[in-house]
Design a binder for this molecule. Structure first.
Ligand code: SAM
Ligand code: DTB
Ligand code: SF4
Length: 330
């Protein structure tokens, strides 16, 4: 019996020298050409019908000192949120067990801090170890980190650290004043140096311009190494936050943003993140076609709603998608 040789696919090379006009030219392609290109790049690396699923839990909620204009957890805005101290480890592990039973492969724990205290990091390390013992991948997002804290998380076995650039450097000061873009880049560099996988993306629909979206993706792709995971969030508008009432982004521009992220970071997981409750099934299907291959799964994001798990499973069935493929593709 003769065995067929495996077909050879030549992968799009990874680039870190994107120029703004090149990124803008991708955004400006006719929609069909852009989606075709994104889906072609996607198939060089990934199974196009496999979606990685992560479940989020807010382990410390609200009363945050920062002024991120999109965020319901800032102490500076009058939102309807009930603050909660850092959760006990066992409560977190119960939520992780439920997430695993529902099919999530990664458990992401978020805390409303500017930066954690050392004793908080110790408690988070216990959570990471407990979640890993369940056989799940771990991700945490705790704000800015020191070298020592990053090291502790690495030693504790953390798989991913989420820290978003959120928007372009130019638009950043319109949204946040209490920490700088450079602070974010510094934390990302620490996480990368420590050998923890990087989860880094942004939010669109905050009133930014086309060129801000292009610049955000340029920043992400021109990092020394592409983030393994790139969350693309649509702003969830929350009553009481300064960005409440911002003009809604054209859904097709959101899909284009996903497609351009896929083309520029061909081996990263691009996550269709916050905002899915406001997206039609058809829009989400277009995002998967544009190369999104990860979602947040479970009825809640951190403090706001996410589609119900059974609705997501139904959508997966209708689209012939499977959950799986938890790790970085390369
Ligand atoms: N406090 C930490 C920090 O800011 O780094 C970690 C938690 S913070 C809530 C994590 C990320 O959630 C933010 O960087 C932002 O990208 C995203 N986020 C927060 N509120 C959002 C909203 N209303 N809509 C979309 N994304 C949001
Ligand atoms: C990310 O990029 N999006 C998630 C996660 N990383 C931590 C958070 C979305 C939060 C949406 C608003 C909320 O639920 O509070
Ligand atoms: Fe605090 Fe993070 Fe919300 Fe900013 S995004 S206000 S740092 S919880």
């Amino acid at each position: 019996m003769s065995t067929q040789p495996e077909p050879i696919t030549i992968k799009t090379p990874l680039r870190h020298d994107w120029q703004l006009d090149e990124v803008q030219a991708l955004f400006a392609l006719p929609f069909n050409d852009l989606i075709f290109k994104a889906q072609s790049v996607h198939r060089e690396t990934f199974d196009p019908n496999e979606i990685q699923i992560s479940t989020l839990l807010s382990i410390k909620t609200g009363s945050c000192s920062e002024d991120c204009g999109y965020c319901p957890q800032s102490a500076r805005f009058d939102t309807d949120l009930k603050p909660e101290a850092l959760l006990p480890v066992e409560e977190v592990l119960q939520a992780a067990r439920r997430a695993k039973a529902q099919g999530a492969s990664r458990f992401c724990m978020g805390a409303a801090w500017r930066s954690p205290k050392d004793r908080d990091v110790e408690r988070v390390v216990e959570m990471v170890q407990g979640v890993k013992d369940l056989g799940m991948e771990t991700c945490v997002t705790l704000g800015m980190l020191t070298d020592e804290q990053t090291q502790r998380l690495k030693e504790g076995g953390l798989d991913y650290y989420n820290h978003n650039l959120d928007t372009s450097e130019d638009y950043y000061s319109e949204v946040i004043s209490t920490r700088t873009y450079q602070d974010r880049l510094d934390t990302l560099e620490r996480v990368r140096e420590a050998g923890i996988n990087v989860c880094c993306g942004g939010i669109v629909g905050m009133g930014e311009s086309d060129s801000d979206r292009a610049k955000l993706l340029q920043q992400l792709a021109n990092l020394p190494k592409h983030p393994e995971s790139v969350p693309v969030n649509m702003l969830v508008q929350v009553q009481g936050t300064p960005l409440m009432g911002t003009e809604k982004l054209d859904p097709l521009v959101f899909v284009r943003t996903v497609a351009v992220a896929r083309i520029m970071m061909p081996q990263s997981r691009v996550r269709l993140s916050a905002g899915r409750t406001y997206m039609s099934d058809e829009m989400q299907a277009l995002c998967f076609l544009a190369g999104a291959n990860s979602i947040f799964y479970g009825d809640k994001l951190l403090t706001t709603d996410n589609p119900m798990s059974n609705e997501d499973m139904r959508l997966f069935e209708r689209l012939g998608l499977r959950s799986g493929g938890s790790s970085y593709a390369a």
